[in-house]
Ligand binder design. Structure first.
Ligand code: ARG
Length: 463
């Protein structure tokens, strides 16, 4: 056992007597995926160095050397001139080693009063905070697209469905505003998550805090954190903020997946309610007639991995004793994958939605079949003094007659309709039109075109 056997390039090599097994080195390394944290790692280190200088642990000269060195490292990474080393395990040790190569002894002082445990927890939070802000902007862009589409199609009638059976007519704008509302809640979930992400672990060190006279508020301010984690054990070990983000992501993708499902159905030859622009579709290598709605299908498909990431992180946490455990290195890939998937899905939807072409005639034709105004006939009878349950029965019989004779309610003659109730008068046809049906639902949350336009206006004031 000699000092030569140490893996001397490793910052922690001092107490080891033989090099790390080659496969173990690769197996335990995270640099392949955590190098994407480089910017936030450098920002965190800059703040840490400035704080150490502020409290007198580093000299101004040392601080200057560290700042200059870290900025050079940043430039090397961004210029593609940085050799990431698996032997150096992760992004943190890679950057620190490179800094020390560049500036010597001052580089070795950067890690004073800090551990990779509080460092990595800080990096992830800084990184996630930036991603949250980008995602929030993208949600708003999609919402704006939905508002434009809703306004444009505020009086385009289509059948509304329950059980995927024709239920009642609605307007397309109203349907789009339903998606808008879901995204509004997703956005608010994201902003709520951001509050808990934006708290600083740095200063917790390995788990118990540090014996140096650190000023955590000072570094928190430099890094734009709202505050510091109050307990060092909690700070280095919990990843509940990442779980919250993944729960947000899972809910958002669940919504986008339902939206996708509707677009796929609506773009089919059987429905033919919408046309998706060619640039968002692909063809088939064997069937020349095909135009496939790949984008919504893929978003629907990607929902699975986002649900999976949430489950991964929950499971990752559930068995860990306090404080930091290496298990936590596994937090990154599910989190990164969720971020990438959310960003990609939002981007493609925000690009596609304003370009959706609505086939008004086909939608209206579909709304005219399937007895979509049956509830309107029942409501008409109620207004003429019939109890709702009796009215329901009368209309049910009229519908059965319609099924047998292959006629929708509005296609029946007055003689045919009035045989079901003496309360059916000549004015009945006014309520059997699609336009009359939607216009009658004239209250907040209803499908009347005027209400949809008002909802769009209210929403624009808030987006
Ligand atoms: N790569 C590690 C991670 O992602 C950094 C922290 C490692 N800490 C330690 N004591 N091994 O969690």
């Amino acid at each position: 056992m000699s000092i030569e056997n140490n893996s001397s390039d490793k910052p922690w090599a001092g107490r080891f007597t033989e090099p790390t097994d080659a496969f173990v080195e690769a197996f335990t390394s995270s640099v392949g995926f955590d190098k994407r944290l480089y910017k936030h790692d450098i920002d965190g280190s800059l703040a840490h160095a400035r704080m150490l200088t502020h409290v007198g642990v580093l000299t101004a000269d040392e601080c200057e050397a560290i700042v200059t060195g870290l900025e050079e490292v940043r430039a090397d990474i961004e210029g593609g001139a940085f050799d990431w080393s698996v032997a150096l395990e992760d992004v943190h040790m890679n950057i620190e080693a490179k800094l020390t190569d560049k500036i010597g002894i001052a580089g070795k002082k950067l890690h004073t009063g800090r551990s990779r445990n509080d460092q990595v927890a800080t990096d992830i939070r800084l990184y996630l905070r930036d991603e949250i802000d980008l995602i929030a902007t993208e949600i708003k862009r999609l919402q704006t697209g939905l508002l434009d589409l809703a306004e444009r199609e505020a009086d385009a009638i289509l059948p509304g469905f329950t059980h995927l059976q024709v239920a009642q007519p609605v307007v397309f704008g109203h349907h789009m505003m339903a998606w808008f509302e879901m995204l509004k809640r997703d956005h608010s979930r994201l902003m709520d998550c951001r509050k808990r992400v934006n708290v600083m672990p740095l200063g917790a060190a390995a788990l118990a805090g540090t014996s140096y006279p650190i000023d955590r508020e000072f570094s928190a301010k430099l890094l734009g954190f709202d505050g510091v984690c109050e307990n060092s054990l909690d700070a280095v070990s919990d990843r509940d903020f990442a779980i919250e983000f993944c729960a947000f992501a899972a809910t958002l993708l669940m919504h986008l997946s339902r939206f996708s499902e509707e677009l796929v159905i609506w773009a089919s030859a059987q429905f033919d309610f919408v046309e998706l622009p060619d640039r968002f579709c692909t063809g088939s290598s064997i069937m020349p007639q095909k135009k496939n709605p790949d984008v919504p299908e893929l978003v629907r498909g990607k929902t699975g991995r986002v649900f999976g990431s949430l489950m991964s992180l929950l499971t990752l946490m559930k068995g860990q004793p306090l404080a930091y455990n290496k298990d936590n290195q596994e937090d990154k890939e599910p989190l990164f994958d969720s971020i990438d998937t959310v960003r990609g899905s939002l981007r493609v939807f925000a690009d596609m939605v304003p370009a959706i072409e609505v086939k008004r005639d086909n939608m209206e034709r579909a709304a005219l079949s399937g007895f979509s105004t049956a509830t309107d006939l029942a409501d008409y009878l109620v207004r003429n003094g019939v109890a709702f349950r009796d009215a329901h029965e009368v209309v049910g019989k009229a519908v059965r007659f319609g099924v047998e004779t292959n006629k929708d309610l509005a296609e029946m003659s007055f003689e045919e309709l009035s045989q079901f109730s003496p309360e059916i008068k000549q004015d009945v046809f006014e309520v059997l039109t699609l336009q009359g049906s939607v216009a009658a639902r004239d209250h907040i949350g209803g499908t009347a075109p005027s209400q949809v336009r008002a909802a769009v206006k209210r929403a624009r004031d808030n987006v």
